[in-house]
Design a protein around this ligand. Structure first.
Ligand SMILES: Cc1cc2nc3c(=O)[nH]c(=O)nc-3n(C[C@H](O)[C@H](O)[C@H](O)COP(=O)(O)OP(=O)(O)OC[C@H]3O[C@@H](n4cnc5c(N)ncnc54)[C@H](O)[C@@H]3O)c2cc1C
Length: 575
């Protein structure tokens, strides 16, 4: 694991684990210059890595600097503004948007690699760039031609920034609680209400989720009847729109990321997607953002690991560097393994998203390509899409929990120094925690994954996995046998889970971890077929995690819903 921001794992995945010629042919049609494209992507990530190296010292030194609200204007700390400008000059602030509007039309993999690097250098900066691409892509997908032509070039040039405004005092994990109201007046839409915790809330373009006044009462408490609206701070005729930031929050981490309370007072908004069906459009943005936050978690974990490993090499106690102490070595090895696991799942998920996107492009075009059968592609799309819905929450759950655990170990390895206010290790820990909360908490991700499992995604996944294991068996007999055993144990837990939804929810994290072990174990073995030196990593991961699969299986099978009744008694919740 080198210190380079454009690290060897990224390069390995980029060069070996994705069928780019097929992706490009599906996305853009023949002819394909995959080598040329790959060279361009290398250049983009190399440039990003160089900028990250340049801004890293400023990010560490300015970590305590807070965002401020001055005369209604939100001001980010100077190091964030400077870093954003460098990225803007390099054309890196909005990669995913189509070249038609000045973007790079980048794959999810490429964008995710960029966000990971940015997070490794400055988790606050990443929130601004992540939202820029996320909001723009939603406008590209759901906006009218007029909205796209006006706003998207401004997003890709970095002239404007975006935010995603969902949360309200009574609508956090449960967006059915949204009370912000949108009213139609003579074909125009006006928003009234209050949003809280809005990242980059001082920006120019807000994507706001609001409840349609026409169906307000009957849709209250549900996600029906919600509209997604593009709400600019300044209208196109130059008038200030009816919105303002009323407060900027102080936080335990990501100080350079603006977190704002935003008031809407008869603010004009422009519909994205269908009226009343805004939750669906917002889900796209949220799913992309979940992958973005997974990349953020991975970047923070990577930073914490490098910081800790370098420190452990230098710090001498009992006459030797502490990295020689078995317990320290073990902590560092676990950090490295967990990072590799999160990376394997994230990159695998990105690949599935990219294939879905490329197939969708081909199917939407009138291209006739003898390489592809439309009916088969449609089937492949549905198959992959089901997996993406299942793997995205698992990915967010794993990468962000990994970030917190890795960063916590990083502090431990630094001893007392890790607890000092200036300690980079402490900063990574503080920054890591929010990743497990925003874009849906870890508990919400695990329960989403459970819901997708119940809809059949687990069986689709296991069918694929068994084929992969069949192909890997001869080369890795021991490891594949362990994973076969894990699949059996997972299957054996299903009857206990199917019986009672509350008991299933109680075990959502355990089941998620079991599934993750299987997917990641197989992915690491696949990597080892290309690069045999990765076998040691795959074996170590499988050996370690398969024990936890066994433990989870026993725990799930040994209990029932009476466990929840015991919890009620312990918590004093019984009358
Ligand atoms: C720094 C920061 C930036 C943010 N940026 C944005 C933004 O840009 N846009 C935006 O709209 N929002 C943003 N948020 C809001 C964020 O998405 C929410 O805080 C988050 O979704 C959790 O909602 P909540 O805080 O209301 O917690 P709650 O929903 O009240 O949850 C509290 C606890 O209960 C648990 N819980 C709740 N329901 C369930 C359930 N069904 N099953 C199991 N456990 C459950 C949660 O996991 C959590 O542990 C941001 C928040 C922060 C702190």
């Amino acid at each position: 694991m080198s210190d380079d921001f454009f690290n060897s794992d990224m390069r390995f995945f980029l060069e070996n684990r994705i069928d780019w010629p097929r992706y490009l042919r599906l996305k853009n049609g023949a002819p394909v210059d995959a080598a040329g494209e790959l060279e361009d992507w290398h250049a983009i990530l190399r440039t990003a890595a160089d900028i990250c190296t340049e801004i890293a010292p400023m990010a560490r030194a300015g970590w305590h600097d807070e965002v401020v609200l001055e005369d209604g204007v939100v001001r980010v700390p100077p190091h964030i503004a400077k870093a954003y400008d460098l990225l803007k000059q390099a054309g890196l602030v909005c990669l995913p948007v189509s070249p038609r509007w000045g973007g790079a039309g980048s794959s999810m993999f490429l964008n995710s690699a960029l966000l990971e690097m940015l997070s490794r250098t400055d988790a606050s900066l990443m929130t601004i760039v992540g939202l820029q691409g996320g909001a723009a892509i939603d406008i590209e997908k759901y906006g009218s031609d007029e909205l796209r032509d006006y706003w998207l070039p401004r997003f890709t040039s970095g002239e404007v920034q975006g935010s995603m405004d969902l949360t309200e005092p009574n609508a956090g994990s449960d967006l059915g609680g949204i009370l912000t109201r949108v009213t139609e007046e003579d074909g125009r839409f006006f928003i009234d209400g209050s949003k809280i915790f809005i990242t980059n809330g001082g920006c120019d373009v807000h994507l706001v989720l609001a409840r349609d006044a026409a169906t307000f009462e009957q849709s209250k408490g549900t996600t029906n009847g919600l509209c997604l609206l593009l709400c600019p701070r300044v209208l196109r005729d130059g008038q200030t729109n009816g919105m303002r930031v009323s407060r900027v929050e102080r936080k335990m981490g990501i100080h350079g990321s603006p977190t704002c309370a935003v008031e809407f007072e008869h603010a004009e908004g422009f519909l994205l997607g269908e009226r009343g069906n805004g939750f669906r459009a917002m889900l796209d943005l949220m799913n992309n953002a979940r992958i973005g936050v997974s990349a953020q978690g991975l970047g923070i974990a990577e930073a914490a690991f490098h910081q800790a490993r370098n420190y452990a090499r230098e710090r001498v106690q009992f006459g030797q560097p502490i990295i020689r102490q078995p317990l320290v070595k073990s902590m560092l090895t676990l950090m490295a393994l967990d990072i590799q696991a999160a990376r394997a799942l994230l990159y695998h998920t990105c690949t599935l998203v990219d294939v879905c996107d490329a197939i969708a492009s081909h199917l939407a075009s009138d291209r006739e390509d003898p390489e592809f059968d439309r009916a088969a592609l449609q089937k492949e799309y549905e198959h992959n899409h089901q997996l993406v819905r299942f793997l995205t929450p698992l990915c967010k759950f794993l990468a962000t929990e990994t970030a917190s655990e890795v960063a916590r170990k990083g502090v431990q390895i630094h001893g007392g120094l890790g607890f000092m206010a200036e300690s980079a290790a402490g900063q990574y820990l503080a920054d890591s925690i929010i990743t497990t909360i925003y874009e849906g908490t870890s508990e919400i991700q695990a329960s989403f994954a459970l819901r997708e499992m119940a809809k059949g995604a687990l069986f689709t996944l296991l069918d694929d996995t068994k084929i992969q294991l069949g192909n890997l068996r001869q080369r890795f007999p021991e490891q594949t046998a362990q994973l076969d055993c894990g699949i059996e144990q997972l299957g054996a837990t299903l009857p206990s889970l199917l019986g009672d939804p509350s008991y299933a929810l109680l075990n959502a994290k355990r089941v998620s971890e079991m599934v993750i072990t299987i997917i990641v174990g197989v992915e690491l073995l696949e990597q080892a077929t290309v690069s045999p030196e990765r076998t040691v990593l795959a074996s170590a991961y499988i050996n370690r995690k398969i024990l936890e699969v066994d433990m989870h299986a026993r725990r799930i099978q040994s209990g029932d819903v009476t466990r929840l009744e015991r919890y009620d008694r312990i918590l004093g919740l019984t009358d």
